[in-house]
Ligand binder design. Structure first.
Ligand SMILES: O=C(O)CCC(=O)C(=O)O
Length: 252
């Protein structure tokens, strides 16, 4: 079913910079998607182990960020352009939307560290900002296994200064008394937030992995904010409010 963003959800996004869309997909759909994703994630994990355990912000047996999945895998690409995402992105961003970035984030029970507070815009600045991050739970994300937390309203402060830490960029300290709000999400549900919304994820102190697929959508024609160049090679999702594939077939 195509999700409709309610007025309350829209108001929460405007006020707090996030909301949760419940049960967009079934747990069975998530198991199927996870099956596709895990093939890539396993190869990434093996590659990390072979080269000493870390690469960028990924650490073998703790946390892996496995990116560009839709660009490599037809089934995952088809998932990212499903009508549900056409509906969500056009209601929030407007009629023309692209897939900007996608990555699985798997946190193993050995992942004893938080992933630090950051804004997605802290990693790469784009224009226009903010774009939309959809944090899709492949299995239930709970406070015990490292669900995300957000700082409500803080996206309104724009891009915050970030400093580098051994485990990622940081824009808000883990010992600050304000640790925001936890956002637990059931498998198949989505935490929707702006790329300027500060968020972190907790340590996984459960007995199993926490698996998420982070899918980021933008206005079509997104630019690098520093050079002004249009970012090419992005997968079109919606054109004139319709699925981009249908719009392209009509034009042909
Ligand atoms: O899922 C996580 O543990 C953190 C993911 C995250 O913050 C991100 O992809 O920006």
């Amino acid at each position: 079913m195509k999700p409709t963003i309610s007025e309350a959800q829209r108001a929460q996004l405007d006020r707090d910079g996030y909301f949760v869309l419940e049960d967009v997909f079934t747990p069975a759909e998530m198991d199927e998607l996870a099956g596709h994703i895990e093939a890539h994630q396993r190869r990434h994990e093996e590659m990390l182990r072979a080269q000493g355990g870390t690469q960028g912000i990924s650490r073998a047996e703790e946390i892996t960020f496995t990116s560009h999945l839709a660009e490599q895998d037809e089934a995952i690409r088809a998932f990212c352009t499903r009508p549900e995402f056409v509906a969500i992105t056009t209601q929030i961003l407007g009629p023309d939307t692209d897939l900007y970035w996608n990555q699985s984030v798997f946190k193993q029970p050995e992942g004893k560290k938080e992933f630090p507070w950051h804004q997605d815009d802290g990693y790469t600045q784009v224009d226009p900002s903010p774009y939309l991050t959809l944090w899709l739970a492949l299995n239930d994300a709970t406070p015990e296994n490292g669900c995300i937390s957000v700082l409500p309203g803080a996206y309104k402060r724009g891009l915050l200064p970030h400093h580098q830490s051994p485990i990622g960029l940081v824009c808000h300290e883990s010992d600050d008394p304000d640790q925001g709000v936890l956002v637990p999400v059931r498998a198949g549900s989505i935490a929707v937030f702006w790329s300027l919304t500060p968020h972190k994820s907790g340590a996984n102190i459960s007995r199993g992995p926490r698996k998420a697929y982070v899918i980021q959508y933008s206005h079509a024609g997104l630019k690098n904010a520093n050079t002004g160049e249009v970012l090419t090679g992005k997968i079109p999702v919606a054109r004139a409010g319709q699925p981009a594939a249908a719009a392209a077939a009509q034009a042909a």
